[in-house]
Design a protein around this ligand. Structure first.
Ligand SMILES: O=C[C@H](O)[C@H](O)[C@H](O)COP(=O)(O)O
Length: 260
């Protein structure tokens, strides 16, 4: 049964629907994490049930569970070795398709998987598009041992780099520290605006105790931006091409999805 979606879900759904058009039979796919990526997994599940043969490497236990319920074959990155395409969401993206990721805590596996892919497509609603990254708190995954020292070293580094804001807060899950799929914690860096994204990404990873940061630089090739009226815009950073189109509408102009 066709069902009209609320505006934010429509934007995510149409971006996801467009992204799976890039999936070809036989591909090895990185499956992202988050509410937008979940739409992509559902759209992919529909194609798989129609006979598409793909194997997916999930970037979190949440995505692995969803992929299984959708009937998508999954494997590990080590088994797959290299991937054709990763499709994932983002918390922010700029004009060069640099990203902030990790709002859902999955940045480490997401970065490993995207880096091990020929291509990364980001799917997003238009609200994540920014001139400069940094309004969204930058997640940094740190090991539990000596976490307070790691936090202090990050704060010192931010001061020395003169990055605006500089408040660092441990991510919580109720009363306890948030624990990632890898058993680590997350520090959220409230920076407001990041001047030199590339430099900050490199410097953060030099600090002992930091496992990975949520800045994705030179990893994303294409962004598909969904709008609540069903329009999608696809921007390719490699070719510079920009394409606009309309996705799935009924006669009354409602965007619909048969995907449960
Ligand atoms: O850790 C989570 C991921 O990086 C997500 O892709 C990101 O937070 C965007 O999630 P959503 O699509 O739910 O906004």
């Amino acid at each position: 049964m066709s069902e009209a979606l609320p505006p934010i879900d429509t934007a995510k759904f149409v971006a996801a629907k467009k992204a799976v058009e890039y999936v070809e039979d036989g591909m090895k796919l990185g499956l992202g994490t988050g509410s937008t990526a979940a739409w992509m997994v559902k759209c992919l599940g529909e194609l798989v049930r129609d006979g598409l043969n793909v194997v997916g490497v999930p970037t979190s236990t949440r995505t692995a569970e969803l992929a299984r319920t959708q009937g998508i074959k999954i494997t590990t990155l080590d088994e797959a070795k290299w991937l054709d395409l990763t499709i994932d969401g983002a918390d922010e993206f700029d004009g060069e398709l640099n990203l902030i990721k990790g709002g859902g805590g999955a940045l480490l596996q997401e970065k490993i998987v995207a880096t091990a892919s020929d291509q990364m497509i980001v799917i997003s609603d238009v609200s994540k598009q920014v001139d400069r990254l940094g309004a969204f708190p930058l997640p940094v995954e740190v090991i539990p041992f000596g976490m307070k020292i790691t936090q202090a070293l990050i704060e010192e580094t931010l001061v020395s780099m003169d990055v605006a804001g500089q408040k660092v807060t441990p991510r919580m899950d109720g009363q306890a520290l948030y624990v990632t799929d890898e058993g680590n914690h997350i520090l959220d860096l409230h920076l407001q605006r990041i001047g030199n994204v590339r430099q900050l990404a490199l410097v953060l990873n030099q600090i002992p105790g930091v496992v990975e940061n949520g800045l994705f630089v030179d990893i994303c090739d294409k962004v598909i931006i969904g709008h609540s009226d069903g329009r999608v815009q696809t921007r390719d950073i490699v070719t510079g091409e920009v394409q606009d189109e309309q996705i799935g509408q009924d006669d009354a102009g409602n965007i619909f999805s048969d995907i449960g």
